[in-house]
Design a protein around this ligand. Structure first.
Ligand SMILES: *[C@@H]1O[C@H](CO)[C@@H](O)[C@H](O)[C@H]1NC(C)=O
Ligand SMILES: *[C@@H]1O[C@H](CO)[C@@H](O)[C@H](O)[C@H]1NC(C)=O
Length: 235
């Protein structure tokens, strides 16, 4: 009895010590899309282009890069207005697929250790591959509307067959599914698990209407590479 008690006290102490440490993970490609509506996350793919879900097409959108913490400024903060937003031509609110848009920035981002573009996928990712889910979370002392902490966690990619058997995956096309094995400490929403990065390449971007459970559905970026290339080269 005594021993169990001691162990649980020790474990509790370890847990609270762990949760008190709020480390910012390295995800310099994440762009926060600030608007008056829901928080959204995009990915910097070129110095003047951000790839994001099309449901993040919101009024008064501003693209924020670099440090997101309000109390600690480090000079990496950049707030840039979009000059053009191009939604995937087949995008419609009634279909969860093709939920992609490209945001052209009015001026190029300045790169630093906190602001770096991410390479796009060059092939489909193999099922079972362990990838990095990157997103934003609220740090413990932040009660504001905007998340301020970059967070990463690892998760394996599922096969199409396995995904289509799940409630969340069965109505999707051009999707990439991952199995969540561990959740973020604070919230578990779309913003927190916005992108799938495998071997340092962008493979997936969050689909709207996160439905919970232990499966995450993402737009398979590789299927849209030719569209992304043609838009970003033309403009
Ligand atoms: C456009 O969306 C519809 C409905 O989801 C789908 O049937 C069609 O294949 C899509 N076309 C392209 C080129 O993505
Ligand atoms: C990048 O740095 C230059 C020179 O300091 C500055 O004029 C420009 O506004 C910066 N760009 C952004 C997006 O903050």
């Amino acid at each position: 009895m005594q021993r169990i008690f001691c162990l649980s006290v020790l474990f509790g102490t370890l847990l609270s010590a762990y949760s008190a440490v709020q480390q910012e993970d390295h995800a310099p490609y994440l762009a926060y899309l600030r608007s008056h509506f829901n928080p959204c996350v995009g990915v910097l793919i070129r110095e003047n282009w951000v790839l994001a879900p099309a449901h993040c097409y919101l009024p008064n959108l501003k693209v924020m890069l670099g440090n997101f913490k309000i109390r600690v400024r480090d000079g990496t903060e950049q707030i840039i207005s979009p000059i053009n937003i191009i939604r995937y031509w087949n995008y419609s609110d009634s279909y969860p697929q093709d939920d992609l848009m490209l945001i052209k920035l009015s001026k190029p981002a300045n790169f630093s250790h906190k602001v770096q573009p991410l390479d796009l996928a060059t092939s489909n990712v193999r099922p079972g591959t362990i990838c990095l889910l990157s997103g934003l979370d609220w740090s413990q002392d932040n009660n504001g509307r905007h998340p301020d902490l970059r967070q990463n966690l690892e998760a394996p990619v599922m096969s199409d067959k396995e995904c289509q058997k799940t409630e969340q995956g069965k109505s999707h096309r051009n999707s990439l599914c991952v199995k969540f094995v561990k959740v973020f400490s604070r919230i578990f929403g779309e913003v927190a698990v916005a992108t799938v990065v495998c071997k340092n390449k962008l493979q997936g971007i969050e689909v709207g209407h996160f439905m919970g459970g232990d499966v995450g559905i993402y737009t398979n970026v590789y299927k849209y590479i030719s569209w992304i290339d043609s838009v970003t080269k033309k403009q």
